[in-house]
Ligand binder design. Structure first.
Ligand SMILES: Cc1cc2nc3c(=O)[nH]c(=O)nc-3n(C[C@H](O)[C@H](O)[C@H](O)COP(=O)(O)O)c2cc1C
Length: 211
């Protein structure tokens, strides 16, 4: 199976989840592409904050996603930090560039999952994840959640992300609280599930007639 993990990250938290999802998919034997999307902030804004500069440096070897990556992938995890309860403009712009693929139906029947990071516990993870799903339905993706069979998400031992809508993390008011081991294990679980489900869906093309 071919799995694409595509994300935007300004201060590294979404990127950490992306790497864990990629690892989980690899554990399941998938070929994995880890890709970031293009920055839209002016370079002066990037340079104005050390934590953004550090993130850009850490991501400098991660290629930028293209529509060909979407065509290549049997399953995709889309990740974005939360921006006022919604996805970032950077990831949205990448998704908005898929018009040709939408018209051709090239992505129909592929599997997708979504993930996010917020600063605060109740800062809109679920609204972000649910709204990220809407364009994916338009493109024909089979959207995969994170079932409670992954029981770690029920843990009350620490402040962590993860919900039936997808993987997430809580980075705190300074955006510098690292994803917890719970967040990362749930992310690896999503990577494994994405690879497994993509394999099942690819195996069974829809019958063209009802028996
Ligand atoms: C313009 C803007 C809007 C944001 N909106 C929210 C929000 O609605 N809720 C929240 O909890 N955090 C919000 N944040 C914080 C980020 O979502 C949070 O720091 C996240 O962990 C960053 O992920 P990253 O490190 O991958 O860039 C916002 C940050 C910015 C810059």
């Amino acid at each position: 199976m071919n799995i694409l993990v595509v994300f935007y990250s300004m201060t590294g938290n979404t990127a950490a989840l992306a790497r864990a999802i990629a690892k989980g998919a690899q554990e399941e034997g998938a070929a994995v592409r880890l890709r970031q999307v293009k920055e839209l902030m002016p370079e002066s804004a990037v340079q104005s904050r050390p934590e953004i500069r550090r993130t850009k440096e850490a991501l400098k070897d991660v290629p930028f996603a293209t529509n060909d990556d979407l065509i290549w992938a049997d399953g995709v995890a889309f990740g974005s930090p939360t921006r006022y309860g919604n996805m970032s403009s950077q990831l949205k712009q990448f998704i908005d560039g898929t018009g040709k693929l939408w018209m051709e139906g090239s992505l129909v029947g592929k599997v997708a999952s979504v993930f996010t990071s917020t600063a605060t516990q109740h800062g809109g993870q679920e609204s972000t994840l649910l709204s990220m799903m809407a364009p994916l339905f338009h493109l024909g993706y089979v959207v995969m959640g994170l079932p409670y069979a992954e029981q770690l998400q029920m843990s009350m031992d620490d402040i962590h992300g993860g919900s039936p809508y997808g993987v997430s993390s809580v980075s705190g008011p300074e955006s510098n609280r690292a994803a917890t081991e719970t967040d990362l294990e749930l992310a690896r679980a999503v990577g494994r599930r994405l690879a497994k489900l993509a394999a099942k869906v690819a195996e069974k093309p829809a019958a063209d007639q009802v028996a």
